[in-house]
Write a protein that binds this ligand. Structure first.
Ligand code: NAG
Ligand code: NAG
Ligand code: NAG
Ligand code: NAG
Ligand code: NAG
Ligand code: NAG
Ligand code: NAG
Ligand code: NAG
Ligand code: NAG
Ligand code: NAG
Ligand code: NAG
Ligand code: NAG
Length: 388
């Protein structure tokens, strides 16, 4: 009886021998040959045009969620919603494909922002394709996606003829609109201020950088904000929005950034500890990816009429306005409160930052926020918010 297996074993070892000579297989064969990737194959087969395009592509890197990652993702109403929305599923899969072949060894402890094949304007307005942040954390290769969510490489460098595959432990999170990000990150004053100035078009404008004051920043100058006209509030907000996408790696000392507020500039100052200031405000959480660019959380509201630089010895940001706390958190009246939140100060939200200690002032611990929960927001709110 045992003999019957011999030819098969012999054949298998022959194939293995050939593989060691040239192990580069097609994408389809590589996916089919990895039993951790059968869910990815299933999802790709729901999208034949994408599957076919990928199988013919060259110079790509696929961040391939394992079956466990997909199971976690789809084991909720939300995951099922995504799976049932071909457009959203397709966008999510495109977001998992990097434009270029990146071996894991090319990822370093300096963040890199790598364009993906997600270019559809329904989901992104980042020229060249939405990005992921690639960085090593300790001995691991990590990709950060929307809302500071991370995916860690569990098996790297599965080469195929068109590039390479890294198997990751969590499905990436599509970067949401600036408004959804503001809600999820508990930037509720910013959210309310954006809503109050209804001509603001930051939600969809192509290629922007938003310097996003946290709630403490708004609250600390509540009295100065209380009687602003809508026009004044709008020009203050526009002073926080820069035309073009500047990730942390682009914020070099002395850089000036043109804002949407009457072409007034912001100035970047960095000190020897690597702390980054925009005018006199400190960037406390950088690189929150959003649908149309990037958002950096800052610890003070910026004032177009006060462009003072930080003092040479500054260890935190300085206010751009003179004011005192209001009794109520500014601009939050009548605004939605998110049911799930990312606490940017909590461990694991985003790569370790030299400025992390300062950002811990945000108070009560938030519940951990997962990519799965996030998609609940997308499913429920995306259309309304993107049309905002
Ligand atoms: C292996 O085969 C693939 C496709 O058949 C080819 O593109 C690649 O260059 C080969 N690699 C080596 C090292 O021969
Ligand atoms: C995902 O993989 C698991 C096995 O790990 C399997 O039970 C499940 O049916 C797969 N789902 C899809 C959609 O392929
Ligand atoms: C790979 O598989 C997809 C379907 O999953 C198919 O559309 C495509 O033609 C295949 N590519 C090749 C080169 O066989
Ligand atoms: C972009 O996404 C929308 C919504 O899912 C879809 O209708 C459209 O066909 C997509 N465009 C392209 C070029 O794939
Ligand atoms: C990938 O990047 C190259 C430039 O490096 C660009 O020409 C090409 O259009 C990009 N591909 C996609 C699908 O965005
Ligand atoms: C978007 O950004 C790119 C650089 O990343 C720039 O070349 C392009 O002109 C920008 N597009 C718009 C509409 O601003
Ligand atoms: C990283 O190191 C930890 C323990 O130090 C180990 O458990 C883990 O497997 C390592 N990861 C990789 C990708 O080597
Ligand atoms: C994948 O390809 C790269 C570059 O060609 C090579 O350095 C690496 O050893 C290959 N990895 C495997 C697992 O064959
Ligand atoms: C991208 O820009 C287009 C045109 O302005 C707009 O219709 C679309 O909603 C924007 N998409 C996103 C995700 O912001
Ligand atoms: C904007 O604020 C009003 C109350 O002023 C509120 O009813 C509305 O829901 C808010 N819009 C969004 C998109 O949150
Ligand atoms: C990734 O996220 C998980 C849970 O959200 C967290 O426990 C972990 O520390 C994070 N890892 C990194 C490297 O950011
Ligand atoms: C959100 O911000 C409000 C106002 O600053 C604060 O009271 C609340 O504790 C914050 N929530 C979380 C989860 O950090």
């Amino acid at each position: 009886m045992q003999f019957r297996h011999l030819p098969i074993l012999a054949l298998a070892s022959l194939v293995a021998a050939q593989d060691s000579g040239n192990s580069t297989q097609s994408l389809n064969a590589t996916l089919a040959g990895n039993d951790q990737l059968s869910n990815l194959t299933s999802f790709l087969s729901l999208n034949p045009a994408l599957a076919s395009a990928l199988s013919q592509a060259s110079e790509i890197t696929i961040l391939a969620p394992s079956n466990d990652a997909f199971t976690e993702f789809t084991d909720t109403d939300v995951g099922r919603t995504v799976a049932a929305d071909p457009g959203l599923l397709s966008a999510l899969l495109q977001y998992h494909v990097l434009n270029g072949t990146f071996q894991a060894s090319q990822v370093t402890n300096q963040s890199a922002f790598i364009h993906t094949l997600l270019t559809n304007e329904t989901y992104t307005n980042v020229t060249g394709g939405q990005v992921v942040e690639a960085v090593t954390v300790g001995n691991e290769t990590v990709f950060y996606s929307g809302l500071l969510q991370n995916s860690t490489v569990t098996t790297a460098d599965q080469n195929f003829t068109g590039g390479t595959i890294h198997i990751i432990d969590r499905v990436l999170t599509l970067p949401p609109s600036v408004l959804e990000a503001a809600l999820a990150l508990n930037l509720t004053s910013l959210y309310g201020a954006l809503n109050a100035t209804d001509s603001i078009d930051a939600a969809t404008t192509r290629n922007i950088t938003v310097f996003a004051p946290n709630n403490e920043a708004f609250n600390s100058i509540g009295s100065a904000l209380a009687n602003l006209s809508t026009d004044d509030l709008q020009s203050i907000l526009e002073y926080h929005i820069v035309e073009n996408v500047y990730y942390s790696t682009d914020l070099a000392n002395g850089t000036t950034l043109q804002t949407e507020s009457d072409d007034q500039d912001l100035t970047i100052t960095t000190n020897e500890n690597g702390t980054v200031f925009v005018n006199a405000a400190e960037v406390v959480v950088p690189n929150v990816l959003i649908a149309n660019g990037v958002l950096h959380i800052v610890d003070n509201v910026l004032n177009p009429s006060n462009t003072a630089a930080p003092s040479a010895s500054a260890t935190a940001g300085a206010p751009g306005f003179t004011g005192s706390p209001a009794s109520e958190q500014p601009f939050t009246s009548g605004q939605p409160t998110p049911t799930t939140q990312v606490d940017p100060s909590s461990e694991g939200a985003g790569p370790a930052q030299s400025t992390a200690a300062e950002s811990e002032s945000s108070g009560a611990a938030a519940p951990r926020y997962t990519g799965v929960e996030y998609v609940a927001l997308v499913g429920a709110g995306a259309a309304a918010l993107w049309g905002f």
